[in-house]
Design a protein around this ligand. Structure first.
Ligand code: F6R
Length: 604
């Protein structure tokens, strides 16, 4: 939800700012803008390319700030695009977050005769800082922030002191990048990789004064804080397309490597066990839990539903799965033996974070399964597991979802072996998991069948996904992917639910994608496929390769390798991701940047 970027150094700033924005574009692409002291802000509606076209030759300054927007307050217009200026036109601000009391602040400023151009909450903050600015940008910023309620990651710069930028964080991520030819401020470390791996993550309530050769981290009260730089483990290649047409395609084809990275050093196939350094010290507590509550949003929530199935079925651990946007607002009945586990790729999702904070208020043990190292949820949870999936750039989650399922298998082995999962079964799971990258690598060598069916199914307006047991959440995830990447209206149900209402929608124009692995509910799923065929719905079945009779049952079949049942949902997900991807491409859509979305949902 909005990406902000700032630079102060010895290089020409405008190309550096544009490159930073391109990496942050996944955070929002309603509009973009840059400000280099000495020039007026340059802004454009739509993706960064539109902004780049307006900057015909680089601006001559060596510092500046930039923004890519996911609209919250005010339509995605040029006037509402950041950076916003104060009333003197010489102080500029970019903001990620929401200023909740902006109306009352604005009223006060309007009464003082200050005029506004945009409908945004962010311009209010720019003007407010402007009223308090007497030559010391940090003091003006922190005084303004003391009047603000809401969330922010901001960068501010003044024309008369172009060699200093001030940044502050409350609820929206800010990371400083330290390099030899200057220093950076970004919403996300991925945009820093082209320049440096040395970073400092700001925590809520922290600010920084950043100049070419130095930086200072301070509390909002002005107290100096000593923070050591950390090293980002990602490489620059991980945020480049590397020959693929789209990031989504690259990230799906990276899945074998992602599973390898997720399990590296964590599996003990001989013992049928897993070890996870980040939760090792609380294994006893996890084993003794009355209940584990998994909290997440979107795809991460669906990963949690699959995780529940794994942990209950194989580890005997009672699990509940809650949407972050629900858990945080409701009464949660817990006891001392309840732990709350946040599952999140970005580690910044506002509702998931708020849920963890609410669990902490109840003094519950909190855990995180997080991909982005150093992110807020990774920092605020008591214990956790990193996915090591590498940066996910496409807005629709693919490889991170697979990695989340993989972590749940590891957690199942870890907890399960303490709670009665036999060594033989543990070994079978661990061996199959260790082989999974190889299995999927060979599967991904030929995806022609999926491409072929995608061409056919791209012509429908509606689609339904069904599955049972651990494949019910995979049906949900398949339908979410289809919706967001192709804009096809897609629904998803547990197979057994069809008869209770939703089958009424089906006809020859409403195809059904059925997940039918050869498992203990295979016959039930076959009955569901027959039922939908009887309503003339076209059927596309994802079946395991050992299924010799399925071709006679469904109109189209996509075969997947057969693996241990706990791993089957991981394998079944891959063709669904590819199906959405190929349908999106077939429809000529921007699969990496679906409309109305942003990747990191840091607003509530
Ligand atoms: C869907 C998707 C979203 C995210 C959700 C949670 O493809 O990417 O539904 O899964 O916004 O994001 P994280 O995992 O960053 O908390």
């Amino acid at each position: 939800m909005c990406g902000i970027f700032g630079y102060v150094g010895s290089r020409t700033a405008s190309p550096v700012l544009l490159d930073g924005l391109r990496t942050l574009e996944y955070r929002g692409y309603d509009s973009a803008g840059i400000y280099v002291p000495g020039y007026s802000p340059i802004k454009a509606v739509g993706p960064i390319d539109n902004l780049a076209k307006k900057i015909i030759s680089p601006l001559s300054g060596t510092s500046g700030i930039a923004h890519t927007r996911w609209a919250t307050h005010g339509a995605p217009t040029e006037v509402n695009a950041h950076p916003h200026l104060d009333m003197s036109g010489t102080l500029a601000l970019v903001h990620n977050g929401i200023i909740e009391n902006y109306r009352e602040l604005k009223e006060g400023l309007v009464m003082r005769g200050i005029e506004f151009e945009s409908e945004t909450d962010s311009e209010v903050l720019a003007k407010l800082i402007g009223t308090l600015y007497k030559g010391d940008l940090f003091t003006a910023t922190r005084n303004a922030l003391s009047l603000v309620r809401g969330t922010y990651g901001i960068i501010v710069i003044a024309e008369n002191d172009p060699n200093t930028i001030v940044t502050a964080r409350m609820g929206s991520p800010i990371v400083l990048g330290l390099a030899v030819d200057g220093n950076f401020v970004s919403s996300d470390p991925s945009a820093l990789l082209a320049h440096t791996k040395d970073v400092i993550y700001l925590a809520d309530g922290e600010c920084a004064i950043v100049s070419k050769d130095s930086y200072e981290v301070l509390s909002t009260k002005g107290k100096r804080l000593s923070k050591k730089p950390e090293t980002v483990e990602w490489d620059i290649e991980s945020v480049q397309k590397q020959g693929y047409e789209h990031f989504m395609q690259k990230e799906i084809f990276e899945v074998p490597e992602v599973i390898e990275n997720t399990i590296r050093g964590r599996l003990m196939p001989g013992k049928g066990r897993a070890k996870l350094g980040g939760v090792e010290m609380v294994v006893d507590k996890l084993t003794a839990l009355n209940r584990l509550v998994i909290v997440g949003c979107g795809s991460a929530y669906y990963a949690g539903l699959v995780g529940r199935f794994m942990l209950e079925e194989y580890a005997g651990l009672p699990v509940e799965v809650e949407l972050g946007s629900e858990y945080r607002y409701k009464r949660n009945l817990t006891d001392k033996k309840t732990a709350v586990l946040a599952i999140t790729q970005s580690g910044e999702t506002a509702d998931t974070l708020a849920s963890i904070r609410s669990a902490k208020e109840q003094s519950l043990l909190t855990l995180g399964v997080v991909n982005v190292v150093g992110s807020t949820i990774a920092r605020e949870t008591d214990f956790g597991v990193y996915n090591h999936a590498g940066p996910e750039v496409a807005v629709a989650s693919t490889k991170a979802f697979i990695s989340q399922l993989t972590v749940f298998v590891l957690l199942t082995l870890l907890i399960g072996r303490e709670k009665g999962l036999s060594q033989e079964e543990g070994t079978r799971i661990a061996e199959d998991l260790a082989n999974l990258p190889k299995t999927l690598r060979s599967y991904l060598k030929n995806t022609d069948d999926i491409k072929r069916v995608a061409k056919k199914y791209a012509n429908y307006r509606d689609m339904m996904f069904i599955g049972r047991k651990s494949h019910t959440p995979i049906a949900y995830e398949g339908s979410l992917k289809m919706k967001e990447v192709t804009y096809i209206h897609a629904e998803a149900y547990a197979g057994g639910e069809l008869k209770h209402g939703s089958i009424a929608m089906l006809d020859e124009n409403f195809p059904v994608v059925a997940l039918v692995p050869k498992d203990d509910v295979y016959e039930k799923m076959i009955s569901n496929v027959e039922e939908v065929k009887a309503r003339k719905a076209p059927t596309l079945v994802v079946a395991t390769e050992d299924d010799k009779s399925i071709s006679g049952v469904a109109d189209d079949v996509i075969f997947v390798p057969k693996v241990h049942p706990i791993l089957q949902p991981i394998v079944s997900t891959v063709p669904l991701q590819l199906l959405s991807y190929y349908v999106g491409v077939e429809k000529g859509l921007n699969v990496d940047r679906p409309r109305n979305l942003a990747k990191s949902v840091t607003v509530e």
